[in-house]
Design a protein around this ligand. Structure first.
Ligand code: ATP
Ligand code: MG
Length: 280
């Protein structure tokens, strides 16, 4: 049970205690870069610095409760996401998975308890603070929406535009290639398949080099082959040091991920968020 404990649900154990600089191990482990090189180096260095400082939680829930005005939807939820951890969030439809994610990126504020995002109390965050934190948290929404009149590449680069940051065209091309959409850079969103839209949503979520990726049913409407492809991208991002949380119903996807890395599974049940056992 996690509901009444402040223990870490993930210790980021794969990042601790190996005695070698993290970015060196990363380079050896992954063997190749899948994101633009500059981005990889920046990410690895940032991750290394956090590790060298002893690491910290990126998102923490302390006795959190939430309701939309009616009955309590989430109750007494306490957990921490450690840097570099990989979690799934499961639970029946309507259990509150999307709500949980929205609390984690301060789209919603808790009605009880405290949510900390990069050690800031979400209740104290101004709109500007929230906007800044979003640069460190990439979100793949359940209904990945795009501006239909703008080409895919422009849609993916939109977070950079909104943040008044100029993107490197080569980086954007490399990112689109990485998610397998290089040839569709000029396509309009309505021309994309479901799998292409999901991969575009992932590209848009990571274009700001976030530390954390929250993905809400990213494989919801995809066939198995495309789900695996998307999972591979998320696993690869995790190996580069990103903290990943995926809300999903797909038990096969969870089993597949667990065969590749130390993913943990959180389950929403009876308004509580519990760490699921190994019985998946
Ligand atoms: N803005 C809102 N106002 C009122 N109730 C809401 C709102 N958003 C969600 N809910 C309700 O809160 C409950 C949890 O919704 P949520 O979307 O978090 O569930 P979920 O676990 O993500 O479901 P699914 O698996 O179908 O995506 C549902 O009963 C839903 O109707
Ligand atoms: Mg949902």
């Amino acid at each position: 049970m996690l509901t009444n404990t402040s223990n870490d649900v993930a210790q980021g154990q794969e990042f601790v205690g190996h005695g070698k600089p993290l970015f060196l191990r990363r380079i050896r482990n992954t063997g190749r870069s899948v994101l633009p090189v500059r981005d990889c180096i920046r990410l690895r260095f940032a991750q290394f610095c956090r590790h060298a400082m002893g690491g910290h939680r990126v998102i923490a829930f302390e006795n959190v409760g939430f309701n939309y005005g009616g009955g309590e939807l989430l109750s007494d939820v306490s957990l921490r996401l450690a840097p570099g951890s990989f979690h799934f969030l499961t639970g029946p439809s309507g259990a509150g998975k999307s709500t949980f994610l929205k609390l984690a990126y301060a789209e919603l504020r808790p009605t009880a308890g405290r949510v900390s995002i990069f050690d800031r109390d979400a209740r104290m965050m101004t709109r500007d603070d929230v906007a800044l934190s979003r640069r460190r948290i990439g979100v793949v929404h359940q209904d990945c929406q795009f501006l239909d009149h703008l080409p895919l590449a422009t849609n993916v680069a939109l977070p950079l535009t909104v943040a008044s940051r100029t993107g490197d065209a080569q980086d954007l091309t490399a990112l689109l290639d990485w998610v397998g959409l290089g040839k569709l850079a000029d396509a309009l969103p309505p021309q994309l398949s479901g799998g292409e839209r999901q991969r575009a949503a992932l590209a848009r979520a990571i274009i700001m080099s976030p530390d954390v990726i929250l993905a809400d049913e990213p494989t919801g409407n995809l066939d198995w082959e495309m789900s695996l492809r998307l999972l591979t991208l998320l696993v690869e991002l995790n190996r580069m040091g990103k903290t990943i949380l995926i809300a999903t119903h797909d038990m096969n996807l969870i089993r597949q991920a667990k065969s590749q890395l130390a993913a943990r599974v959180l389950r929403i049940q009876n308004r509580r968020v519990q760490l699921a056992g190994a019985d998946l």
